[in-house]
Design a protein around this ligand. Structure first.
Ligand SMILES: [Zn+2]
Length: 340
């Protein structure tokens, strides 16, 4: 595991002491997570405890993972654990109908919001980081009337599907920590990052890399998780609200401040991500162009501290309730098995 000693957003080295706890996962996640070995990878030893520690930047108030899998093992830990962790069934073959339906819904939603904003106007080439099953790229290719759409994806089965929709040559695996673009084309009118900032090992390096891929006058879209200020405050609904895959817990305002500090101008689009699918929160969606570089303003540290401490308190309560329900759940499983 790497220990992060400077803020991934603003680079300041004044950080609050880690806030953490031994979190007891109440389900299969604990079984999968295990404990990291000497190589930084997680084992499958069915451990139900994991120490999670978070730090807060004293300047910009960003909450971020104090420890994260090392760069060398990042891709491996991602692909072995993440599929289980997020339980979106993208590590299952064939891809289940529920996954396909959800992807279809979400891609259509995102396409509509971006199209309404004029993001695709004049665009002839696109690359999407984490292209999932390729459905958004397929819609864009039709809209811009061009085959020059490229996608990178972590998971084998969605990637296979994306290749069928787009082409073998224009879909490839993400080498997450290498920040590489394996395609011959090195410049794109539009770059879309789908849930990448929160997961980035070094978000600032990621943004620099992405800027190097944008054609002059081109556009970068950052499509991110909902405001962690809301999801963390809603501990009961979001019991696994913090994990090692969400390394930066961006709250409303964090990304707006971060992007200009990387030399990007941005505007945020309202986006009711997955409303039909059941998510009560808006995604944080930003459309960017290259611009002047601004200083990172100060954030409200106390808000972040309160949020984190409340989450840990709620998580302890939630876990206690889950453990109390365990005998009943086990009995139910037994009855179901006997009935089938
Ligand atoms: Zn900071």
């Amino acid at each position: 595991m790497d220990s992060v000693e400077t803020c991934p957003s603003c680079g300041h080295d004044k950080l609050l002491s880690p806030i953490g706890a031994e979190v007891k996962y109440d389900n299969d996640v604990g079984a999968v997570l295990g404990k990291p070995g000497a190589d930084g990878l997680y084992g499958l030893d069915r451990t139900r405890f994991a120490r999670v520690e978070w730090r807060i930047c004293e300047h910009c108030a960003l909450i971020f993972a104090a420890q994260r899998p090392g760069m060398a093992s990042a891709d491996a830990s991602y692909s072995t654990i993440f599929g289980h962790f997020e339980r979106r069934k993208f590590d299952v073959y064939p891809l289940p109908q529920i996954y396909m339906d959800t992807q279809k819904e979400l891609s259509a939603e995102l396409f509509e919001v971006l199209d309404r904003d004029g993001v695709f106007d004049g665009v002839k080439s696109v690359i999407q980081f984490r292209c999932n099953a390729g459905m958004l790229l397929e819609a864009i290719a039709q809209r811009i009337d061009s085959d020059e759409v490229y996608g990178l994806e972590y998971f084998e089965h969605p990637m296979h599907h994306a290749k069928q929709l787009i082409s073998d040559a224009r879909i490839a695996p993400i080498e997450g920590t290498e920040l590489s673009n394996p395609f011959e084309r090195q410049e794109f009118d539009l770059v879309i990052l789908d849930h990448c900032l929160t997961h980035a090992y070094r978000p600032r390096e990621l943004v620099d890399f992405v800027k190097s891929l944008v054609a002059p006058g081109g556009t970068i879209v950052f499509f991110n998780e909902p405001d962690h200020g809301k999801t963390l405050a809603d501990g009961a609904r979001y019991p696994r609200g913090i994990n090692f895959f969400h390394k930066q817990l961006y709250q409303d305002g964090d990304i707006d401040r971060f992007l200009p500090s990387c030399g990007l101008t941005s505007h945020q689009l309202p986006h009711p991500y997955g409303r039909k699918w059941g998510s009560p929160y808006n995604s944080m969606l930003f459309v960017c162009k290259e611009g002047a570089t601004a200083e990172m303003p100060k954030g409200d540290v106390q808000v972040s501290v309160d949020l984190l401490q409340n989450w840990f308190a709620m998580n302890r309560q939630h876990v206690r309730k889950q453990w109390m329900k365990r005998p009943f759940k086990m009995l139910l499983r037994h009855v179901n098995r006997a009935a089938s």
